[in-house]
Design a protein around this ligand. Structure first.
Ligand SMILES: *Cc1c(COP(=O)(O)O)cnc(C)c1O
Length: 403
């Protein structure tokens, strides 16, 4: 049995009310809620350890440095990276993607090609368009089909010796589709291209093994995995991180500085200029340990039950159309007849139910389906079937009011 009662006790926010109703939080794909152990780690850091790291000889600085570097090792073990210094702390997924896009700006030239998928978040489209503008490289798109999967035969046809980079999310935030990233990576490597995977939606739901995937770069955000905002991970293979130039100049990223010449520090410091989000890094490690204490297999199994139940109940309502029916995580993106998603979202909010409405930073997907947006209910392991019942009742009420 999944210990749902005990797990819900771990999340203080689940006790609050919204508009006089118990909160039903189904916006987990936008950000996850924070368990008490993570909140405690943040309070504990500022109460007992706050100091700048890596530079001080004094006790507080050393203790803070130890905690921060331990968190890096927690992440390394969790994601099975070969070296801890391949795990770079960043402010988040978007930042990590931009770091790599910037790093490649001197490695690409006219005639080179970059492949992205049709299922991308805007943060995984715009940086590549900017990179193409800067370098003269060309952007190619792996198309999608009606069920919300990538058309892999089209990917095969796009790949050539001109391909230098491939970018794809592991799981689509708008539809929940789980993409065949292992196959995508293997095929890209076949033509000598590097691959960056956006793991913002995969890391909350499954254990990802960087070495097994043989991925070149992988990014995620702590706030989608029960951690705080403003901290994330950029994994890069040692060979790539050594090859790419530093992203920012500043303190912490240098070995020696003179006005004639500066030599850069080794990994990971070369990419971590300035005072980092120390507390965030420590809390990120605690969040990953917390998720592991529940277990990703158990989390995934429970969330799939929620998905199945939610889908089944939703489809009982006439006029409901669900977008994205491929192998997916616990995300239901849907519309009801001609009702605008925003109107449904607003009424649900009055009932204490938090869902996302709109294009989910993935306008190309909405264009594909020729819709302005969807209502998206995204579940986490602390949600329940009872909450789904409340949501379904609320939705029926909203439909009645709006039609
Ligand atoms: C949330 C998300 C992002 C952006 O993450 P930030 O933390 O806002 O930088 C990128 N890609 C996907 C798939 C996401 O779900």
């Amino acid at each position: 049995m999944f210990p749902i009662e005990k797990i819900r006790e771990d999340f203080p926010i689940l006790k609050r009310t919204v508009n006089g109703k118990p909160l039903v939080y189904f916006d987990n794909a936008a950000t996850s809620q924070t368990p008490k152990v993570v909140i405690d780690a943040i309070v504990n850091y500022y109460t007992n350890y706050n100091a700048n790291i890596h530079r001080g000889v004094h006790t507080l600085s050393q203790e803070a440095t130890d905690l921060y570097e331990q968190a890096r090792i927690v992440l390394q073990k969790h994601f099975n990276a070969k070296h801890a210094y391949e795990m770079l702390f960043t402010p988040g997924t978007t930042f990590g993607i931009n770091m790599i896009a910037s790093g490649f700006s001197n490695l690409l030239k006219t005639g080179d090609e970059i492949i992205v998928s049709a299922l991308e978040h805007h943060s995984n489209i715009v940086p590549w368009q900017m990179l193409c503008e800067k370098t003269g490289a060309e952007l190619k798109v792996i198309p999608m089909n009606e069920e919300g999967s990538l058309i892999m035969s089209a990917y095969d046809n796009l790949l050539s010796e001109k391909t230098k980079l491939v970018f794809c999310n592991h799981i689509s935030n708008a539809l929940g589709t789980i993409n065949p990233v292992k196959e995508i990576i293997e095929k890209a490597h076949h033509v000598g291209a590097a691959v960056l995977i956006d793991g913002a939606q995969s890391t909350p739901h499954m254990k990802v093994d960087f070495q097994k995937l043989d991925v070149d770069f992988y990014v995620t955000s702590a706030h989608k995995i029960c951690g705080p905002t403003g901290i994330g991970l950029l994994y890069g293979k040692k060979e790539w991180l050594e090859k790419l130039p530093p992203y920012q100049g500043g303190g912490e990223m240098i070995e020696t500085v003179s006005f004639e010449k500066t030599t850069y520090a080794g990994l990971p410091h070369k990419f971590e200029a300035g005072t980092p989000n120390i507390c965030g890094g420590i809390a990120f490690g605690v969040a990953v340990e917390y998720m592991n204490s529940i277990g990703f297999d158990a989390i995934n199994k429970y969330e799939q039950e929620l998905l199945k139940y939610g889908t089944q109940e939703l489809l009982k309502i006439s006029g409901v159309k669900i977008y994205g029916t491929a192998n997916k995580t616990a995300v239901i993106s849907f519309n009801v007849a001609n009702i605008h998603p925003y109107d449904i979202g607003s009424i649900l909010d009055k009932l204490g139910i938090a869902v996302r409405t709109g294009h989910h930073c993935a306008q190309p997907i909405m264009e594909f389906y020729k819709i302005p947006g969807t209502v998206r209910a995204s579940f986490a392991f602390y949600n329940t079937k009872e909450e789904i019942d409340v949501f379904i009742k609320g939705l029926q009420k909203a439909i009645l009011m709006l039609s």
